[in-house]
Design a binder for this molecule. Structure first.
Ligand SMILES: [Zn+2]
Length: 481
C-alpha cells in the first residue's frame, strides 16, 4: 500500500497518432458502461454505433475487462471546457459518464496535428500504486475522412480500429510498439485485437498472476509474515508503483456470510484488502482501532474472494514493512480466541470467540474506568459434541491472582482453586453455536477500580465425560486503567 498522492483528479490524454503513455491506471471494478448513440453510418454502410459496439465487444469477449453498453447519447465533452492554451486537453472534471462522439475540437481546444482521436481519462488517486479510473470519454476528430472496413489501411481512417485503440486506453493500457498490437502508437494495418493487447488487459484484470495463493477457511487463524520472496503489490496487480509485500489468500463462501477478518501484527502497519477473484476491490481497512491492526467486519455474498495481507511500502505509523502477522477470519462478530484446548491437554476442535467492547463495535483490551464494558463469548463446539448434554463454566482471573467463577445465579464468586469451578448452566442438547453474555455494563468507576487486568475463560464439559472441560486457551483479556 502507498499513501495516495494528494491530487483531486488526474487528467490523462492519449493520442492515436502520437505516443502518449498512460500506464498505471485501473478501473476499480474491472468493468465500465459506455453510453453510445453516435448518429449516422460510414460510407461502407456500417453504422458508427455498430462499429463502436463491436469494438467494445472485442475487449469484453476476449479479455477479463468488461465494457457494458447503454445505447443512449452522452456528450463526451459534458463537464469539460476550453482552457487558455487552446491545445491538447481541456479543463474540467467531466460528468462521471463515458461518452463517445465525433467532434470538431477537443471539447473547446484544438486537436493537435494528425491526432485522430483522444481519450479523456479521469482517474482518482488510489492507494495500491495506481490511480483508479473514474471515467473515460472518447472524441473522434471530424476533420478526417472516416469509414469502416477491415484489412490494410487506406486513405480513409477506419473508425473501428481507432475505437478499439481508444477503448484500450480506456481499459488502462498505454502504447505498445515492441509487438504487433492494436495499442501501437500509430495507426496501421492491424484491424483487430492482438495477443499483446489481450495479454495486457488480462494482466490488469485477470487476477493475481504468478503470485502464490493459499486457501483459507472460516474460523481459522493464520500465522505468517511479510518478507523477502513474497510478491509485491506491483507484481500481484501487474502494474503500478507499489513495492510493498503482500500475501494472498483465497476464501470461498458457499452462502452469504458475515465475517470478521482481523490482521494483527506487532511490527507491521497492517493493511487488509478483500477483492473478488480478479483482484477488483471489495473491502479495505488499514486502521480500524487506531493501532497497527486492521479489521474488516462485513457481509459478503456467496462467491470466491481474495484476502490480501499487506502493509505500507513506507511505514508511517507502525514500525516496519516486513515481519510477522496473524489473520483470524470468523463468521462471528466476536474475535476468535485461538489455541482452543481441553483440560486433559488435548487440542480442541471447538472454536471459541469472545471480546470486550464499550461500543458494541470495536473489541479492545483497554478501557477507561468511565467506560461501560460488555464482555461476550460464543462457543462453536466440536461437531461430534453437538446434541449431547453439556455443562458450561465461566472463570475470570484477576491480576491480583484471585479466581472468580460464575455460578448458576449469574453471580461471580471467589473460588480457591480451579478444581472447584461451579457450573453456571447446563443443556441437554448442545447447539452448534452457544452464545454467552459474560458481563454487561461493567464500569470500573462504579467499583472504585482504576487499575485492574482481567482474563475470562468459558468452557464446557460433556455429561459423558464431565472431568474434561473444553475452553479457550487464549483468554478474553482487558484492563481498566
Ligand atoms: Zn493511443
Amino acid at each position: 500500500m502507498r499513501r495516495p498522492v494528494l491530487a483531486l483528479a488526474i487528467l490523462c490524454l492519449s493520442f492515436t497518432a502520437w505516443s502518449f503513455n498512460l500506464d498505471g491506471n485501473r478501473w476499480p471494478e474491472g468493468e465500465t458502461t459506455f453510453f453510445v448513440d453516435i448518429p449516422g453510418a460510414a460510407p461502407s454502410g456500417v453504422t458508427w454505433n455498430e462499429a463502436f459496439e463491436d469494438s467494445m465487444a472485442q475487449w469484453t469477449d476476449q479479455t477479463d475487462f468488461n465494457f457494458l453498453l447503454n445505447p443512449s447519447y452522452v456528450d463526451p465533452c459534458s463537464g469539460f471546457n476550453a482552457n487558455d492554451s487552446n491545445e491538447g486537453f481541456p479543463d474540467g472534471g467531466g460528468d462521471g459518464l463515458n461518452g463517445a462522439d465525433f467532434t470538431d475540437d477537443v471539447c473547446g481546444n484544438a486537436y493537435g496535428l494528425r491526432v485522430l482521436a483522444i481519450t479523456l481519462s479521469i482517474a482518482l488517486p488510489g492507494n495500491l500504486g495506481f490511480a483508479l479510473v473514474d471515467q473515460t470519454d472518447i472524441v473522434f476528430n471530424n476533420s478526417f475522412d472516416w469509414d469502416i472496413y477491415t484489412g490494410p489501411r487506406r486513405s480513409e481512417v477506419d473508425f473501428r480500429r481507432v475505437a478499439l485503440h481508444e477503448l484500450g486506453h480506456s481499459v488502462g493500457l498505454g502504447h505498445e510498439n515492441s509487438a504487433p498490437a492494436m495499442m501501437a502508437s500509430s495507426i496501421g494495418d492491424i484491424d483487430a485485437l492482438q495477443t499483446d493487447d489481450i495479454t495486457g488487459a488480462n494482466a490488469l484484470y485477470g487476477g493475481p498472476g504468478d503470485c502464490e495463493i493459499s486457501d483459507l477457511s472460516i474460523n481459522t487463524v493464520v500465522d505468517n509474515a511479510l518478507e523477502e520472496g513474497d510478491c509485491a503489490v506491483l507484481e500481484l496487480y501487474a502494474g503500478g508503483q507499489d513495492t510493498s509485500f503482500v500475501d494472498t489468500y483465497r476464501l470461498i463462501l458457499e452462502e452469504e456470510t458475515t465475517l470478521s477478518i482481523i490482521m494483527e501484527s506487532a511490527v507491521l502497519d497492517s493493511v487488509l484488502i478483500v477483492t473478488d477473484d480478479k483482484l477488483n476491490g471489495v473491502d479495505f481497512d488499514d486502521d480500524s482501532t487506531g493501532n497497527c491492526d486492521a479489521l474488516i467486519n462485513s457481509t459478503f455474498p456467496a462467491g470466491e474472494y481474495l484476502i490480501l495481507a499487506n502493509t505500507y511500502d513506507t511505514p508511517f505509523k507502525c514500525n516496519g514493512n516486513t515481519g510477522g502477522y496473524k489473520i483470524s477470519i470468523s463468521d462471528n462478530a466476536l474475535p476468535i480466541l485461538t489455541d482452543a484446548r481441553s483440560a486433559s491437554g488435548q487440542i480442541s476442535k471447538s472454536i471459541f470467540h469472545g471480546g470486550a467492547t464499550s461500543d458494541g463495535i470495536a473489541y479492545k483490551s483497554s478501557f477507561l474506568p468511565s467506560e461501560a464494558i460488555d464482555v461476550t463469548a460464543s462457543i462453536q463446539p466440536d461437531l461430534t459434541h453437538v446434541g449431547e448434554g453439556a455443562t458450561f463454566y465461566v472463570v475470570a482471573l484477576l491480576d491480583s491472582g484471585q479466581i472468580l467463577a460464575r455460578n448458576d445465579s449469574g453471580k461471580y464468586t471467589k473460588i480457591s482453586k480451579l478444581a472447584n469451578i461451579p457450573a453456571f448452566s447446563h443443556t441437554d442438547n448442545l447447539q452448534p453455536e452457544e452464545p454467552f453474555t459474560l458481563i454487561s455494563n461493567l464500569k470500573g468507576e462504579s467499583f472504585g477500580v482504576t487499575n485492574l487486568a482481567i482474563s475470562f475463560y468459558v468452557g464446557y464439559s460433556l455429561d459423558s465425560e464431565p472431568s474434561d472441560i473444553y475452553f479457550n486457551g487464549t483468554a478474553i483479556s482487558f484492563s481498566i486503567e
